[in-house]
Design a protein around this ligand. Structure first.
Ligand code: ADP
Ligand code: MG
Length: 621
């Protein structure tokens, strides 16, 4: 027997691991099973590629054996195994580049250091959280000798020759106080299912099962071996081996949804990064879609080992309705939430995943329009959130979102709106700021009706915020009809004489309204109504201002609207012929107030409005 000391760094690392992972020691089992799975992968690879190994038997399995009385657990595999040298260097020194790297970054600041742990594998050493003595018996594939490595995880380890019938590794844990809870078959099954359910190899558990003996009328312990994992990382199998039913079944098992999903997108990426993603779109929007504390639907796996299912970093928030799996080959098993936020691997996976989801949706929109409508009925709104938050994918999202319009029943796409543009029409027009019926009857739409230009009705309460930042679809401008600038295509042949004639009236109205408006001018957008309100390009509309005030923003500068009047309207024409100041005064306010009312805005002084109305009414009687 030879005694060896750990490299000093090993003891240091052990302490750190024990402290930083202390709150969930159960991950020791995830780490040991994943080592076995790696070892099985390696041997399988050799038997497939190396002539010297082709003849070796390969019966892949992982066996857990529990001895409740002795409080021990073995984890045995039929993988590649380790010889004396491997045991010394892999389990006794910091040979692995990841760990070396890790240690070089240690600062001595305990809190910062334990955050760092998430960037690197902790692996085998995590077992010392639950065991005060670990024995590893291993025999390397293709070699005759076996070796036993024993350590208490404190100072060093011992290595001696041992016996093992076939190649592989057996790890024997003597549980400590902390580990005792795992000397329990229920607990073990629970932990295996949680983290290792989709490991590609079968995991068996041998334990004393209590069974009722009818003859003797008592329960007795029977040594039993059962497979505890599903061993079906379905997403790792090639697409052509999977049926629609396979996909649906997996969806139901990971989502808890009893309905079939609407679509799924399965992607295998190899190259700089190696990962698999399988995303599902549920048929019905999850109930918590609009709650701040929504449940994350995508689970993160590393090499088929479950890592976490509550990481909001995996996909952007607007895709929170997506369910599924991201399985990476490149992340460490112990990756922490803090690390995920700035991890380059995950950022790349996320970017590619979003592109993939959006492009798949686009092709569904093109090829299965009916299915796409079902999707839009549930998810149009989150896509709009994406327009607001995901600048990089704005183009793609603009093509996916659907709109109500003055021209078609139901919903339409920007591409279709573009194809319907009239000759001479320069922009795509939208109207925001109110409910559907208010918008559809807005005086602002009159000129567009007259010209037969289509206007999109954006009646979602947050449409205005979303679309205030979007001014182009491809090379075509998107313009809000309630903004003060009007595009060229709306202007009629101008009549300079009439504008001259109108000037004195505009001045009078402006004088009457004083500070209440920014300007009063002749409108080109009205046909049937005498007046309307418009705001400046960069200013929030009246509705948004009201909303912000309602949300408690009291210190908003009072923005002044511009009043536009319709030179062709009877009221305006008659006003032009009056020189009577009292009438003009009342008319000025009534033109403003009715325009505000049509916008769904509240009047600042309803009493004054009613007085004026009555005054005018009695005059006309
Ligand atoms: P990692 O798995 O990240 O490399 P671990 O601490 O979990 O780190 O394991 C250290 C090394 O020990 C592994 O890289 C592997 O070479 C070896 N090893 C651990 N467990 C086994 C096993 N069951 N079979 C073969 N080799 C193993
Ligand atoms: Mg490992």
């Amino acid at each position: 027997m030879s005694k060896r000391e750990f490299q000093t760094e090993v003891s240091q690392l052990l302490q750190l691991i024990i402290h930083s992972l202390y709150s969930h020691p159960e991950i020791f089992l995830r780490e040991l099973i994943s080592n076995s799975s790696d070892a099985l992968d390696k041997l399988r690879h050799l038997t497939l590629t190396d002539d010297a190994f082709k003849a070796l038997p390969f019966v892949p399995r992982i066996d857990l054996e529990l001895d409740e009385e002795k409080s021990t657990l073995t984890i045995a595999d039929t993988g590649i195994g380790m010889n004396e040298e491997d045991l010394t260097s892999h389990l006794g020194t910091i040979a692995r580049s990841g760990t070396k790297n890790f240690l070089s970054q240690l600062s001595g600041d305990a809190k910062r250091d334990s955050n760092l742990i998430g960037q690197f594998g902790v692996g085998f050493y995590s077992a010392f959280m639950v065991a005060d003595r670990i024995e590893v018996v291993s025999r390397k594939a293709g070699e005759d000798k076996a070796w036993r490595w024993v350590s208490d995880g404190k100072t060093g380890f011992e290595i001696e020759p041992a016996e093992r019938e076939v190649a592989g590794t057996t790890v024997l844990l003597h549980f400590n106080e902390e580990g005792k809870q795992y000397a329990n078959s229920w607990r073990l099954q629970e932990v295996v299912k949680k983290y290792s359910n989709h490991i590609a190899f079968p995991i068996f558990l041998t334990y004393d099962k209590s069974e009722w003996n009818e003859a003797e009328k008592k329960s007795e312990k029977i040594r039993t071996t059962e497979q505890v994992n599903a061993a079906s990382a379905l997403w790792r199998r090639p697409k052509n081996e999977l049926t629609a039913d396979d996909y649906k079944e997996l969806y139901k098992s990971i989502s808890g949804d009893s309905q079939d999903p609407l679509f799924w997108f399965h992607t295998r990426a190899e190259g700089t990064l190696d990962y698999t993603t399988l995303f599902y779109v549920p048929a019905k929007a999850p109930l918590d879609l609009y709650r701040a504390e929504y449940k994350v639907g995508v689970k993160l796996y590393v090499k088929r080992v479950f890592i976490m299912d509550d990481a909001k970093e995996l996909l952007p928030q607007y895709l929170r309705f997506v369910r599924g799996i991201i399985d990476s080959e490149d992340l460490p098993l112990n990756v922490s939430r803090e690390i995920l936020q700035q991890n380059r691997v995950l950022t790349s996976i996320r970017t590619a995943s979003v592109k993939k989801i959006l492009s798949e949706l686009k092709s569904i929109a093109a090829n299965q329009p009916d299915e796409y409508l079902k999707f839009i009925a549930e998810y149009n709104r989150p896509l709009k959130e994406g327009l607001y938050s995901d600048f990089a994918n704005r183009e793609a999202l603009l093509d996916l979102v659907r709109f109500k319009s003055t021209k078609v029943e139901g919903l339409t796409s920007l591409a279709d709106v573009k194809s319907r543009m009239k000759e001479g029409q320069k922009s795509i027009y939208i109207i925001t700021g109110g409910g559907e019926s208010l918008l559809r009857t807005s005086p602002l739409l009159e000129i567009y009706k007259k010209k037969d230009f289509e206007v999109l009705i954006l009646d979602d309460d947050f449409d205005e915020i979303v679309f205030s930042g979007i001014d182009k679809y491809g090379d075509i401008d998107i313009k809000a009809v309630n903004k003060s600038s009007t595009s060229e295509d709306l202007k009629e042949e101008s009549e300079p004489n009439r504008e001259e004639a109108l000037k004195p009236l505009l001045d009078k109205l402006k004088a009457a309204l004083g500070d209440r408006v920014k300007d009063v001018r002749a409108s080109v957008r009205l046909a049937d109504s005498p007046s309307c309100i418009v705001s400046d390009e960069e200013e929030p509309s009246l509705q948004i201002q009201q909303m912000l005030r309602a949300m408690g923003q009291q210190d908003l500068p009072a923005l002044k609207p511009t009043l536009e009047i319709n030179p062709d309207h009877e009221i305006v024409r008659k006003l032009l012929t009056r020189s009577d100041d009292a009438i003009t005064q009342d008319a000025a306010w009534m033109l403003l107030d009715q325009a505000l009312l049509m916008e769904g805005a509240q009047l600042q002084d309803p009493a004054a409005f009613v007085h004026r109305l009555n005054r005018v009414l009695s005059l006309s009687l």
